[in-house]
Design a protein around this ligand. Structure first.
Ligand code: NAI
Ligand code: 13P
Length: 357
């Protein structure tokens, strides 16, 4: 149990007025925090100010959430910040936030991904732009709509622990952020393994696309379970290669989120994969509407990063090849299943040729 002396942050800025930013603002408002959401679209900002969100139909937001299109207003007096715009926008958003942020205000990243081009974890990207601020992440199995509705939800809050945090973990940014968010409907867990948490969030979206693809292509539950389990192995291996811990990947931000997104068409990543697997052209997926599908861009960045650190991620590489290099979807799955037989776990170093079929 967190000791009662852990002080919550009282005034929080949520940067991003999409469904997840708004759901997190609802969590904070229910916990009694003073919360201001920043959004770039004025009609969405107005709707939130009136207690609704256009993409959260039928949900009345808790009272007291303020919204603004001014970054300066949102950040004025903020004791903590949640960044909830899509992964590839974080560098630019962090740079825009810099002049308006109070001294050493902690910043928690709620997007999931790896920066394209640099292969940096999102925390590394934001830390470059905001070198004087603690940077962490909030991640887990958390569909926005369910969280906004107040259904019981759990997530991991991770910040690297400084020397002082180790002496007094209850006063660490991770503990304070967890206490800030916590309530009867939202249960945070605290971690100091930011790398493990971020790798889980970035990789699970790519694996969810794979699960959607297999389902759209007509395969079923055996295949899904295999992809989830072997996908988790890819996460663990990448996390470890980057200095994270394998056991973090068995937590909410890894196994938890994989289970959620690989099993439900509420997931946009799963849904994109399913449409592609059923032969729908990319431009016609989601009826042609622009939808944030993090795994699509992050298939590239995850594979680039894995190649850089010498880790093999066959499922992610297959998804990347299908999405971005014109590989045939069914052949991609056949190739995965007929690759040389390996040990489980990978540390059992064995590799056997698959008998020819
Ligand atoms: N929706 C969900 O259930 C969850 C989403 N996430 C993550 O949260 C992040 C945001 O996702 P959602 O809120 O679902 O997306 P969304 O599509 O509902 O909202 C995205 C928001 O970002 C804004 N935006 C887009 N491009 C921008 C730019 N260049 N600069 C500034 N703002 C920009 C949009 O105007 C919109 O307000 C993603 O990384 C997603 O993986 C994490 C957990 C749950
Ligand atoms: O990250 C999510 C739930 O934890 C949301 O998943 P999608 O982005 O696939 O909808």
């Amino acid at each position: 149990m967190t000791a009662p002396d852990t002080l919550p942050y009282t005034r929080i800025a949520v940067i991003g007025s999409g469904t997840w930013g708004t759901a997190l603002a609802s969590v904070l408002a229910r916990a009694g925090r003073d919360v201001v959401v920043w959004g770039r679209r004025v009609e969405v900002v107005d709707a939130i100010g009136q207690g609704t969100h256009p993409a959260l139909e039928g949900i009345a937001l808790p009272h007291g959430i303020k919204a603004t299109a001014s970054l300066e207003t949102a950040l004025d007096g903020a004791e903590a910040v949640l960044m909830v715009t899509p992964s590839q926008t974080l560098r630019d958003m962090a740079a825009q936030m810099r002049p308006h942020l109070g001294k050493a205000v902690p910043v928690a990243l709620c997007a999931k991904g790896i920066e394209r081009g640099t292969g940096l974890l999102l925390s590394e990207v934001v830390q470059q732009e905001l070198p004087d601020h603690p940077v962490g992440a909030i991640s887990g199995p958390t569909f926005a709509r369910e969280t906004a509705l107040g259904y019981p939800t759990a997530a991991t809050v991770a910040f690297p622990f400084t020397f002082d945090d180790r002496l007094n973990p209850n006063a660490s940014p991770a503990a304070r952020m967890a206490v800030t968010l916590g309530g009867p409907e939202f249960r945070p867990y605290v971690s100091d393994d930011l790398v493990g948490v971020e790798v889980g969030g970035a990789v699970k979206n790519v694996i969810a696309i794979a699960c959607g693809m297999m389902s759209g292509a007509g395969f079923a539950e055996n295949t899904r379970a295999a992809l989830i389990t072997r996908g988790m192995d890819e996460m663990k291996t990448l996390a470890e290669a980057l200095g994270g811990r394998r056991e973090t990947v068995t937590g909410l931000a890894g196994a938890g989120d994989l289970t959620l997104t690989c099993s439900s068409e509420t997931s946009r990543n799963m849904k994109l994969g399913k449409q592609l697997g059923a032969g729908i052209a990319r431009g016609e997926c989601f009826d042609g509407l622009p939808v944030v599908v993090e795994g699509e861009t992050n298939a590239v960045s995850v594979c680039d990063l894995a190649a850089r650190v010498g880790v093999s991620m066959p499922i992610c590489e297959t998804v990347n090849a299908i999405l971005h290099h014109g590989a045939d979807l069914k052949q991609g799955f056949r190739d995965l299943w007929s690759a040389p037989i390996e040990g489980e776990p990978r540390t059992l170093e064995i590799m056997l040729a698959q008998p020819a079929s």
